[in-house]
Design a protein around this ligand. Structure first.
Ligand SMILES: C[S@@+](CC[C@H](N)C(=O)[O-])C[C@H]1O[C@@H](n2cnc3c(N)ncnc32)[C@H](O)[C@@H]1O
Length: 367
């Protein structure tokens, strides 16, 4: 990739930071011919061991000659520059020295500014409808943006819309446990943990066995089923704890078990501990239940039957993928619930493909 070539190539300069390795990784996958160069020593491991050519610093007298020689020798037509000061130098320098060479993308500073503006715009537009979800006041714009940003750093399957609705309903949830069935890498778990603390609701229990045998969707098309083989389940487990590690406390426990086995422990009142083996004081009454485990009909039905029996009056059920392209398990369970609990539903809506239901007290339990 880094040898002199007649193919028009992109120069990645200076290949020194995370933005550079991110560009390198994408270019490599897309087959874009790339030449790497830097003015300081860098770790070739960041670029899969590929050679990084050495160029003088942009302000050195020898820069012009060395740079133009490299452009000529490697047929450079584009430059990706991930360092703000070098970008600014090249932006002014290129037109007078190598007019046919394009500096691609925004400057790193502009990129940050734009990313932040887009985030705030997104938070603002979501916030505009969030209070209608739960009929309660929602978090300030800064906190909504912060949660979207943190959640966006974690791979997951919950959209911003679904997260926004989860943020909204927490404002009206009663005090009690938060339970999530299906945690993957922790995208929704970290939002739930924040909300539990913010509204002083109670501790969070996450449940996920991180095992292929449980993740497979028998009712989905074969190509969806096969996705389970792509995961490394130990990586999933480790990444979950990495993503949650910045928010330690005695208010989160994880059970690496299938939902039914985890439920048996929860329902029996057996002690549940955090990563430091400190017992987490669960109320065993649920304020928010997020059902996002296996989506086959029997699995969703079982999750709801088991865990909903602990729901507090005024608690919220979030049923993931009620609208789903790969199967109708969550929808059938959701529709049956809507019919069976119609007398006690205080609020219900669909957002980000998930069904949100706020359940009032269960007459059967009151007798
Ligand atoms: C759609 S992902 C969850 C997404 C996650 N809530 C997020 O925020 O990105 C589904 C997860 O359910 C888990 N799962 C599958 N079967 C399960 C079971 N019986 N009990 C608990 N979790 C299960 C899978 O391991 C997988 O991590």
């Amino acid at each position: 990739m880094n040898t002199p070539t007649a193919r028009p190539s992109t120069l990645l300069f200076p290949a020194v930071n995370g933005l550079a390795s991110e560009y390198w990784r994408t270019a490599r996958q897309l087959g874009e011919p790339l030449v790497l160069a830097a003015s300081v020593a860098c770790d070739p491991a960041d670029f899969g061991g590929e050679a990084v050519l050495r160029l003088p610093m942009v302000h050195d007298d020898s820069f012009t000659r060395a740079f133009l020689a490299l452009i000529e020798q490697c047929s450079i037509r584009r430059i990706f520059c991930p360092v703000a000061s070098v970008y600014s130098h090249l932006q002014a320098w290129l037109p007078g020295h190598a007019a046919g060479v394009e500096l691609v993308g925004d400057s790193p500073i502009r990129r940050q500014v734009e990313q932040h503006r887009e985030l705030m715009l997104r938070a603002r537009s979501l916030r505009a409808w969030m209070s209608t979800c739960a009929g309660a006041e929602v978090l300030p714009e800064i906190e909504v943006a912060a949660l979207l940003r943190q959640a966006g750093l974690v791979h997951g399957e919950s959209s911003d819309e679904k997260l926004a609705a989860m943020i909204a309903i927490a404002a009206s949830a009663p005090a009690g446990d938060l339970v999530e069935i299906g945690a993957l890498m922790g995208r929704t778990a970290l939002v739930l943990l924040y909300l539990a603390r913010r509204y002083q609701l109670g501790p969070l229990l996450t449940v996920d066995p991180w095992l292929a045998a449980h993740a497979i969707h028998q009712e989905s098309p074969a190509n969806i089923g096969r996705l389970v083989d792509e995961w490394d389940y130990e990586v999933l487990a480790e990444s979950f704890f990495v993503n949650l590690a910045p928010w330690p406390g005695d208010d989160h426990a994880h059970l690496r078990l299938p939902s039914a086995q985890a439920h048996a422990i929860y329902a029996a009142g057996l002690p549940l501990a955090n990563r430091e083996s400190v017992v987490v004081p669960f109320a065993r009454r649920i304020a928010i239940l997020h059902v996002d485990g296996n989506h086959d009909h029997a699995a969703v039905k079982q999750d709801c039957e088991l865990w909903l029996s602990h729901m507090l009056p005024g608690g919220w059920l979030v049923l993931d993928d009620y609208q789903w392209a790969h199967g109708d398990g969550p929808q059938r369970v959701g529709d049956d619930l809507l019919a069976a609990c119609s007398q006690r539903i205080e609020r219900a809506f669909v957002c980000g493909k998930a069904l949100f239901i706020r359940l009032g007290s269960d007459p059967a339990r009151e007798e």
